[in-house]
Design a protein around this ligand. Structure first.
Ligand code: FPP
Ligand code: MG
Length: 321
């Protein structure tokens, strides 16, 4: 957490305002005090932090950058509320999820409401270019989550297909941040493409790390269930790689999918993934993407914001939660 605090320092006031305003949005609505105490205000807020740093590094000085940060963060949280229903997850950020607290029916609606708050703020900006990209990225987000669901239990999922899924499901919100920063600073087409590409890479490496943590971390650290992807029959990079190397492992995974309550087999599979170098491979991929990202950030003129951006990318790949 300390490391993140240092990274955030140049945009601390923006972040404080964002937190205050999100809390007041939640309090004014169905989300009264009871809801503000939930996981909603406990996140790392990586997306708004990324937006603030990027926009400032590119020269945007207006205070309304906070509005855009809130739009992105509320959208992200809405998608998590729905994701936890889909993944049957009872914990997020160390707190009970809405599906755990109120059941799936109410949780769907609460997710919709958060989604609506995000949209409402976006509409209030009266900028069609913003709505255009928001709709586009939202569509990608949904397609990614749908594709992931449709591929549950598909042990033949390839690395390319996995990459496409996480590009949609996770990188889309980071791309949204990149595109907002571009739009607000009136960057040329070429620069925008580079910024978009860089944002996308950050999103991809973020998700690869997330998928590694599912295998390696503990509930205490990440604040959400671990070894949950396989229980949901979700195949991610470490195991996709490992199964390609070992038919034996692939067979074990198939067997596990016919009874996901078999914990002995689950941990045997995990050991197999480790031994076959699946985690190492995935980590190398994430590090390679980080290197590319750093190369692109290096082209931005020097500033404290740029330094923090570089540190943020580092943090995303080295984090343990
Ligand atoms: C977390 O993935 C989930 C996402 C990155 C996207 C979820 C998107 C939806 C549910 C679409 C709904 C969208 C709206 C706009 C309401 P994960 O399960 O791999 O991560 P986790 O381990 O943190 O749960
Ligand atoms: Mg999930």
């Amino acid at each position: 957490v300390n490391q993140l605090e240092k990274i955030v320092a140049p945009v601390k006031s923006e972040l404080k305002t964002l937190e205050k305003r999100i809390n007041s949005i939640l309090r004014e609505n169905v989300f009264n005090e009871k809801f503000t105490g939930t996981f909603l205000n406990k996140g790392k807020k990586l997306r708004p932090i990324f937006l603030f740093l990027l926009a400032r590094a590119l020269g945007y000085r207006e205070n309304d950058i906070v509005d855009y940060g809130i739009i992105v963060e509320l959208l992200h949280n809405a998608s998590l509320v729905h994701d936890d229903i889909i993944d049957h997850s009872l914990k997020r950020r160390g707190e009970s999820t809405f599906n755990a607290l109120y059941g799936n029916n109410i949780a769907v609606l609460l997710g919709d409401l958060l989604f609506l708050f995000s949209n409402k703020l976006a509409v209030e900006k009266r900028k069609f270019e913003i709505l255009d990209i928001l709709v586009e990225k939202n569509e990608n987000l949904l397609i990614g989550e749908i594709e992931e669901g449709l591929n549950a239990g598909n042990v033949s999922l390839t690395e390319d297909e996995y990459m496409k899924i996480i590009k949609n499901k996770t990188a889309s919100l980071f791309e949204l941040v990149g595109e907002i920063a571009c739009l607000l600073t009136n960057k040329k087409e070429n620069d925008c493409e580079a910024i978009k590409g860089m944002s996308s890479l950050i999103g991809l490496s973020f998700q690869i790390i997330d998928d590694i943590l599912d295998y390696t971390s503990e509930v205490k650290k990440v604040g959400k269930p671990v070894m949950n992807d396989l229980r949901e029959k979700t195949l991610t990079l470490p195991i996709i790689y490992a199964m390609k190397k070992s038919y034996d492992l692939k067979e074990k995974v198939e067997k596990f999918f016919s009874d996901v309550s078999n914990d002995t087999l689950l941990y045997e599979i995990r050991d197999g993934v480790v031994e076959l170098g699946g985690l190492k491979y995935a980590k190398e991929k994430a590090l390679e993407m980080m290197k590319q990202t750093r190369g692109r950030i290096d082209k931005i003129p020097p500033s404290v914001y740029k330094d923090s951006l570089l540190a943020l990318v580092d943090f995303i790949v080295k984090r343990s939660f």
